[in-house]
Design a protein around this ligand. Structure first.
Ligand SMILES: NC(=O)c1ccc[n+]([C@@H]2O[C@H](COP(=O)([O-])OP(=O)(O)OC[C@H]3O[C@@H](n4cnc5c(N)ncnc54)[C@H](OP(=O)(O)O)[C@@H]3O)[C@@H](O)[C@H]2O)c1
Length: 296
């Protein structure tokens, strides 16, 4: 029996991420055509068997699936405009970071040119592509997603979020917010212990242990947000607002800029002032979102 035919694919954009994606498609056995503004970035992929297109339009013409991974929405739109005559009949999977509104606009524009549009958010760094732990969020044209799902699994686990093309971007950006919250907290903590003279390398394992323990709280917090029952579970916002003042005072004494922490203090104080002092941290979501009258 002959092996299943691998359909031809194209990748537009060979930055750090685009090169990883193209490499995964090649490794999965797809005839892969690549294009990049700076052609020198395609050399290693050409050595691994990729066809190098001289223009974005040439690449789009060569691939039934067109994976786009460029710097931002503006660049993506300009590159696709140059390839517009070749788009009809193609599936465009745009893995460029963007907003839900940008995804909606691009979906409309691509669909009007006779192609199917799937938006995506890559939850991985380039070296993770195709490795355990990598996952990618998708939303948009479901028939196109199902048609190419097996191919997209070459990048990492797939998460389908529905027909609204903006859904992947919302979840992608929300996950980035969670990541930056964690890194921001770590950077602030690191500045504090460094100012106190502790080698940061000795401190990092404590942070890992503490954050790992706190990660266990997330499912219960999520359930509390969904139910609206914000049990303090022994750690009231009133208590946390009081100790947060100590954190800021210690930063002042250590000469550490508390700019990353002050918004958290303000949120805690506001929650207590609004009568949420005996509730738990999950109640703060109501202050961030407009269900208690504050603009989102
Ligand atoms: N790297 C990550 O860790 C990571 C993780 C998740 C998601 N992403 C997302 O993946 C996308 C690509 O990221 P990356 O890491 O590959 O970025 P990158 O290494 O900076 O590559 C940017 C790409 O955009 C192209 N580009 C920039 N300006 C252009 C223009 N005016 N015209 C045509 N092409 C242009 C670059 O072409 P040249 O080579 O010619 O400059 C290159 O192909 C971004 O949206 C990023 O947010 C990245």
């Amino acid at each position: 029996m002959s092996a299943p035919r691998h359909r031809p694919v194209a990748v537009l954009g060979l930055g750090a991420m685009g090169r990883a994606l193209a490499g995964a498609l090649l490794a999965a056995g797809h005839p892969t055509t690549v294009w990049n503004r700076s052609p020198e970035r395609s050399a290693a992929l050409a050595g691994a068997g990729a066809d190098v297109a001289g223009s974005a339009a040439e690449a789009v013409a060569a691939g039934e699936l067109v994976v786009v991974c460029l710097l931002d929405d503006d660049v993506t739109r300009r590159v696709l405009e140059r390839a517009a005559p070749a788009l009809a009949g193609r599936t465009v999977v745009n893995l460029t970071n963007g907003t839900p509104a940008q995804a909606h606009r691009l979906a409309e524009w691509v669909t009007a040119r006779g192609a199917r549009y799937v938006d995506g958010g890559i939850m991985a760094v380039p070296f993770m592509i195709g490795q355990p732990g990598a996952f990618v969020l998708y939303s948009g044209a479901e028939d196109a997603f199902l048609d190419w799902r097996d191919t997209l699994e070459a990048f990492g686990d797939v998460h389908w979020l529905g027909a609204d093309p903006g859904r992947a971007a919302v979840h992608d950006l929300a996950l980035l917010a969670a990541m930056y919250g964690m890194f921001g907290g770590f950077l602030h903590a690191t500045a504090m212990v460094r100012a106190a003279g502790t080698p940061v390398g000795r401190f990092a394992p404590m942070v890992t242990g503490w954050l790992t323990a706190m990660l266990g709280e997330l499912p219960a917090m999520a359930a509390a947000v969904d139910s609206g029952e914000h049990d303090a579970d022994g750690s009231s916002l009133r208590m946390q607002a009081a100790s947060f003042g100590n954190l800021l005072a210690a930063c002042r004494d250590l000469g550490v800029d508390a700019g990353l922490m002050r918004p958290v203090r303000d949120l805690l104080d506001e929650a207590v002032a609004r009568g949420h002092g005996e509730e738990g941290l999950s109640a703060l979501v109501g202050l961030l979102h407009d269900d208690v009258g504050r603009p989102a």
